[in-house]
Design a protein around this ligand. Structure first.
Ligand SMILES: NC(=O)c1ccc[n+]([C@@H]2O[C@H](COP(=O)([O-])OP(=O)(O)OC[C@H]3O[C@@H](n4cnc5c(N)ncnc54)[C@H](OP(=O)(O)O)[C@@H]3O)[C@@H](O)[C@H]2O)c1
Length: 292
């Protein structure tokens, strides 16, 4: 990797999360910074929840240019911000913060680029979302972004399947009546199978499939369903070829993988901080070296 010329003028950006040391965001953002000849570095900060407010105030005081926020702080950080853009406010979830400074005051502005990351990845792969029926597995932060993304793009029906139905019900409560009328909770795998033929897009928003002993050999859906002609959108990016993605490729589905989302949400964060949409050309090849 190219050496950075760090000086007393070098700016700092960072990622807050717990855990966050596994994240590929530093690889991506430091590449964007180098490619755009911006004198700044991007580092990872990992700390438990009781340190969140202190860490955030520290970042503000120390003059950080901006932050990314990851699990489990995307919702909790909202109450510390001075303002949020419309979509982040509606989603109640922020993954990007820009610090705007003047002589007297530092303003922390929050954004959610996960939502754009999802829609951009699907669109760049050549697929329409409008009028498509979507299944989301999971009901956490990524699922919440996926629901917002699909509503924004005027998808058809949106089905949520989560192992804890109550969490899916809580997610539904976030939406007004106009939108919640398009969202349906699936309470069992039998329910899911009944609706399966109507689905166009399947979006895994659980960590099932990720590089953890308990997850890597699992699928978020029953193994006996056929994915032929479905659009399978995976949020897990390490491994890129999750069990779901492998099955999807084998059975003739169209796959949008977790690295696509990661790259697109990162590019949108960079644009918020520096006003430039970075080139993402060979980035996926670079990132593949960091995944199993
Ligand atoms: N590619 C990207 O750019 C990107 C961006 C954001 C997130 N992600 C990925 O998206 C995934 C979810 O992240 P998140 O922020 O939404 O996490 P989260 O808020 O913790 O939510 C996780 C969801 O998955 C469900 N879940 C967890 N373990 C499960 C298991 N063993 N079996 C069944 N369901 C399970 C949880 O169900 P319960 O409600 O029952 O606990 C919950 O609904 C992670 O793998 C993350 O890395 C990727």
């Amino acid at each position: 990797m190219q050496q950075l010329n760090i000086s007393s003028n070098t700016g700092l950006l960072g990622l807050f999360g717990y855990p966050s040391r596994h994240s590929l965001s530093p690889v991506i953002q430091n590449k964007f910074l180098r490619d755009n000849k911006i004198d700044a570095v991007y580092l990872t900060f990992e700390f438990p929840e009781e340190e969140l407010e202190t860490a955030f105030e520290g970042a503000k005081s120390l003059g950080l240019l901006g932050l990314n926020i990851t699990m489990p702080y995307k919702e909790k950080i909202c109450s510390l911000l001075d303002k949020k853009d419309k979509i982040a406010a509606a989603a109640g979830s922020v993954n990007t913060i820009k610090f705007n400074r003047n002589e007297y005051f530092t303003e922390a502005a929050g954004f959610n680029t996960d939502i754009d990351g999802i829609t951009e990845s699907i669109k760049k792969a050549g697929h329409e979302i409008r009028d498509k029926n979507c299944l989301i597995t999971g009901a956490g932060g990524a699922a919440r972004s996926a629901v917002f993304a699909f509503l924004k793009e005027k998808a058809g029906k949106i089905f949520i399947y989560n192992r804890t139905a109550e969490k899916a019900e809580n997610l539904l409560k976030v939406f007004d009546q106009k939108n919640s009328g398009k969202i349906f909770i699936l309470y069992s795998l039998d329910d899911l199978k009944k609706r399966y033929d109507d689905l166009d897009i399947i979006c895994n928003c659980t960590p099932i499939g990720m590089n953890l002993k308990k997850m890597i050999d699992k699928m978020p859906l029953p193994e006996d369903i056929n994915l032929y002609e479905k659009i399978v959108f995976e949020t897990v990016y390490n491994p890129v070829e999750t069990k779901l993605v492998k099955k999807a490729r084998r059975e003739g589905a169209m796959v949008v993988d977790g690295l696509d989302m990661l790259i697109n949400q990162a590019a949108s964060s960079f644009k918020i901080w520096f006003g430039v949409m970075p080139e993402t050309g060979n980035l996926k090849e670079v990132l593949l070296k960091y995944t199993i």
